[in-house]
Design a protein around this ligand. Structure first.
Ligand SMILES: Nc1ncnc2c1ncn2[C@@H]1O[C@H](COP(=O)(O)OP(=O)(O)OP(=O)(O)O)[C@@H](O)[C@H]1O
Length: 236
């Protein structure tokens, strides 16, 4: 199995905080990895390092054999945890912006996704509800024919039905030559999509493995394992 992401002994320190300590993990091509953990456990830091937005303090990180930087940004489609779209833009203009910026942006796919999300190109970002902005952001990110999709808490504002409809639509088009890393607190709704799961706590990997393996070995769902690992941390 070919590994799209290879992380070895990765550490990230900020002044006064160790955000990640000695992380080693791999993401195989074609897999969806759930990155789970309570607030402050290091999920966003790890995703930003993979997206080439934050530099590691030490250790090695490779995406498709390359150190994160300009060349990996061309193959990584990242959805940050906060809205990255300007309010004055229309949904269509946001698509134009992506098309200018990313060579792998597929306009036809964008139109299809907008239709699935029940959005139109003329709507202004500033006039959309929080859930609709989230759908616009997901449409943009998944209109890229990227090798690696990194989604940091992608379901803020989406109601439970929309969450599964949107994920079903995105996963239906998931290609065998790409991978996805997804962080979420909505473990119960999303766990059926995970091939692999990594549990982070305090910047360290406390449990990792194939989702099906973990379920079988522990006779529990990933949500139940989450509760065991972190003590009864509430999952929505
Ligand atoms: N720019 C920064 N400067 C200093 N410390 C930071 C910075 N970014 C993150 N941290 C610290 O690193 C640790 C990990 O933060 P991170 O945002 O990666 O966690 P997270 O798991 O994504 O949390 P959440 O679920 O709340 O989004 C925290 O202790 C946080 O305070």
């Amino acid at each position: 199995m070919s590994m799209l992401v290879q992380i070895s002994s990765l550490t990230k320190r900020y002044i006064g905080t160790s955000a990640l300590s000695d992380i080693t993990l791999e993401v195989p091509e074609g897999h969806i990895m759930g990155l789970l953990g309570p607030n402050g456990s290091g999920k966003t830091t790890l995703m930003k390092i993979l997206a080439g937005l934050v530099s590691p303090t030490s250790g090695s990180v490779l995406v498709d054999g390359m150190v994160p930087g300009i060349s990996t940004k061309a193959i990584v489609s990242f959805l940050p945890d906060v809205n990255h779209l300007d309010r004055w833009m229309s949904v269509g203009e946001a698509g134009d912006f992506y098309a200018d910026f990313y060579h792998d942006f597929d306009r036809k796919r964008f139109e299809e996704l907008l239709a699935i999300m029940r959005l139109t190109a003329g709507q202004k970002i500033g006039s959309l509800s929080r859930g609709m902005v989230e759908k616009a952001r997901l449409s943009l990110v998944f209109s890229r024919k990227a090798r690696l999709y990194i989604l940091d808490e992608p379901f803020g504002g989406l109601d439970p039905l929309a969450r599964t409809q949107v994920l079903d639509a995105l996963v239906a088009n998931f290609r065998a030559d790409c991978s996805m890393i997804l962080s979420t607190q909505m473990v119960a709704d999303v766990e059926r999509f995970f091939d692999d799961v990594v549990f982070l706590d305090n910047g360290r990997v406390v449990l990792a493995g194939e989702a099906e393996d973990l379920r079988t070995k522990r006779s529990a769902s990933i949500e139940e394992i989450y509760k065991e690992v972190y003590g009864h941390v509430e999952t929505r």
